[in-house]
Design a protein around this ligand. Structure first.
Ligand SMILES: Cc1ncc(COP(=O)(O)O)c(C=O)c1O
Length: 384
């Protein structure tokens, strides 16, 4: 494995996330207090929490938690069982371990660009990688498009994995079912694994657009899930891998012995509570997005000379274009330094695999404070 480069997005956040007054680019939904989460517990779950034993937990994850996770894959394709699930510490550990287990120096992988950096950098530290660009597509729902033919053209005889992130960070892109099926068909015809980061699954604008999880749709599909984003519980550091290939899951489990060994017992117990209240938490979060999005629509309509905006098809982040002459890097630096409003410039999504848009910025709209952060951005524009 080659040395990993600096994680541009996390370094930027290390500088600003907890110092900027207004966080207008969070990747996750509004969180909650421990008390609020415990209030959602059934009497049995509350009892389990009060009696929680703070020993090591099972490396694969507590059986009750794995069963609850499996219960979230309830599609018409037959669903999954607790034995198809491996619990990880955040999605980040799932990405890291799955790629270690799947890829070696003789392999080739394909990744969508721009992308959440670990999907590109961890892969590139293990094998050859080709980036397939997500293209702006003003006529498509959500404003972005993936061309399955270009993806097929990027494959090599030794391509072992295609990495997807659907719904996508930072664009909110969600393919149509036809494009999704085309990608699965391409992979299946060559026996290629698909690893799909599905941390925004559950935040589709229209429920009927939700795609099957790749672990349900494809026998060589590995789904990455987490409580951090759609559920707004990143402090639990509770993620998972779901896959119907038990041998691969076992190999990943043995790698986990070298990273975290097991997930924190309190997080596992709280994760069971959160998944038990899944519908209520997701409904709350969808309602928050539904309240915030019109404010963004109106803001970008008022400032159409400065920005190009299209509401994303899913998720709680978007990647609008900045049209100002000084460029998006100077703009975002000025906004955070003078007005304390944090946006993520395109440079944190730079890629070593080819050109990616350099005039975009990430905005997040999953928080109760999104309206006041947006108002601070508007005040900045008015003062400029
Ligand atoms: C697409 C994507 N995958 C994975 C992660 C890592 O998630 P976690 O914090 O749960 O490890 C993030 C975090 O921003 C993300 O946006």
């Amino acid at each position: 494995m080659r040395r990993l480069p600096e994680f541009a997005l996390e370094s930027y956040f290390a500088r600003w996330e907890f110092t900027a007054r207004h966080h207008l680019c969070p990747s996750d939904m509004q969180s909650m207090t421990l008390g609020e989460l415990l209030a959602l517990a059934t009497p049995d779950q509350r009892e389990a929490w009060d009696q929680l034993w703070l020993g090591y937990t099972e490396t694969r994850g507590a059986p009750a938690l794995r069963a609850a996770i499996a219960g979230t894959y309830d599609g018409p394709q037959g669903g999954l069982t607790a034995d198809d699930v491996l619990v990880t510490v955040g999605a980040e550990e799932g990405i890291f371990l799955a790629l270690q287990a799947l890829l070696g120096p003789d392999d080739h992988a394909v990744v969508l660009t721009p992308t959440y950096q670990s999907l590109e950098s961890v892969t590139a530290s293990l094998c050859a990688v080709t980036g397939v660009l997500l293209e702006p597509a003003p006529d498509a729902a959500g404003g972005w498009a993936l061309d399955p033919d270009r993806l097929a053209a990027s494959l090599r005889p030794n391509t072992r994995a295609i990495l997807l992130n659907l719904p996508h960070n930072p664009t909110g892109y969600l393919p149509t079912r036809a494009v999704f099926d085309a990608v699965v068909d391409i992979a299946r015809s060559r026996g290629i694994w698909i690893l799909s980061d599905e941390v925004y699954r559950g935040l589709e604008r229209r429920p009927e657009d939700r795609l099957p999880a790749i672990a349900e749709a494809y026998e060589r599909g590995l789904s990455i899930g987490v409580l951090s984003k759609a559920y707004g519980l990143p402090g639990l550091r509770l993620g998972w891998l779901a896959c119907r290939d038990r041998d691969l899951l076992r190999r990943i489990e043995r790698l986990k012995d070298y990273t975290t060994i097991c997930s924190p017992a309190p997080s596992e117990a709280l994760g069971v509570i959160a998944l038990g209240a899944r519908d209520r938490i997701l409904a709350r979060n969808q309602a928050l997005i539904a309240a915030n999005l019109p404010l963004l629509e109106a803001f970008f309509a008022r400032h159409a000379d400065r920005f190009e905006w299209q509401a994303p098809a899913a998720g709680c982040i978007a990647y609008p274009r900045y049209r100002g002459a000084e460029g998006v890097e100077a703009f975002t630096a000025d906004v955070v330094e003078r007005s304390g409003v944090l946006l993520l410039p395109a440079s944190v999504y730079r890629s070593t695999l080819g050109p990616v848009p350099a005039d975009r910025f990430r905005i997040g709209f999953g928080r109760t404070k999104t309206p006041s952060a947006l108002a601070a951005l508007e005040a900045h524009l008015a003062a400029a």
